[in-house]
Design a protein around this ligand. Structure first.
Ligand SMILES: Nc1ncnc2c1ncn2[C@@H]1O[C@H](COP(=O)(O)OP(=O)(O)OP(=O)(O)O)[C@@H](O)[C@H]1O
Ligand SMILES: [Mg+2]
Length: 259
């Protein structure tokens, strides 16, 4: 399998407007196995998007190195697809052309036209090929955004809160869709989420990060088979452990009533 990501002692500093220095990431070491589903969870502003952007090759670390398999990450590549909270489709292109965009940009469209059709079907957008983004719902746009990246056959899919703007039901449907795609395509998944349930439902391992400057607080293994029971006892136990680490577990003593 390909798509292992090695993050070695990575620090990222930014210059703030007042001339001071912001340390977003501080000495991050993480080895993501090829084909693994990892979630990053942590407080707002702790550096999760910064880490994804480094893996995507959109920016460079101040210190440390990042590798995908044996190659150092030096810039962007279709092998590392990035999906944001708002899929950022091109508003002037219809869904077909948005999804075909990467193939056309890489000049492989003519030889792989069938792929466009199959990826449109994979995300259940058959019949919407000629629609423009403003004519679709939020969930459909996110699915088109996923297809647009998946069509390039990435080794690593980087997901920056891709379901964050969706209603709870659409979100749960797309979580199942993500698992189905991951099992079929077998790429490495690195998901940033604020949703503890989403992390437990999807991930092999959950990386809990501290407030900025982000370090890794804890890595939690989720040894549950798929599909997972959202209210199973192990699921709820892991959920509580993560909320405790993040200091959001609330009141934990026994309730004063019984049902
Ligand atoms: N280009 C930049 N220039 C200056 N500071 C930046 C830049 N990008 C990020 N930062 C700072 O780095 C820190 C981490 O930002 P980042 O976007 O990675 O956080 P995050 O964990 O993704 O937060 P959220 O959960 O709110 O999306 C923040 O303090 C942010 O202000
Ligand atoms: Mg972010």
């Amino acid at each position: 399998m390909v798509g292992a990501v090695n993050i070695n002692s990575v620090t990222k500093k930014f210059a703030a407007d007042d001339g001071s220095e912001i340390t977003a990431l501080n000495g991050i070491d993480l080895k993501v196995r090829a084909g693994e589903f990892i979630s990053l969870i942590g407080p707002s502003g702790c550096g999760k998007s910064t880490l994804l952007r480094l893996i995507a090759g959109l920016s460079k670390p101040t210190e440390g190195t990042l590798f995908i398999d044996e190659s150092e990450i030096k810039g962007t590549s279709y092998e590392r697809g990035l999906v944001f909270q708002n899929a950022m489709l091109f508003p002037w292109l219809n869904i077909y052309d948005n999804i075909a965009f990467g193939l056309k940009a890489r000049k492989v469209y003519r030889s792989s036209k069938d792929r466009v059709k199959s990826f449109i079907s994979m995300v259940s957008l058959d019949g919407f090929e000629k629609s423009f983004p403003h004519q679709l719902s939020g969930g459909m746009i996110q699915r088109a955004g996923l297809a647009r990246v998946l069509i390039n056959d990435p080794k690593v899919l980087l997901l920056d809160e891709p379901l964050g703007a969706l209603d709870a039901f659409t979100r749960m449907n797309l979580q199942d869709e993500l698992i189905r795609i991951w099992k079929k395509e077998k790429m490495t998944m690195i998901l940033v989420t604020h949703d503890v349930d989403e992390a437990v439902y999807l991930s092999d391992r959950i990386v809990v990060m501290t407030p900025r400057p982000a370090k890794i607080e804890k890595i939690i293994d989720v040894n549950l088979s798929y599909p997972r029971a959202r209210s199973g006892s192990e699921f709820l136990y892991l959920r509580t452990q993560i909320l405790k680490i993040l200091n959001y577990a609330g009141k934990t003593e026994e309730p004063g009533y019984y049902i």
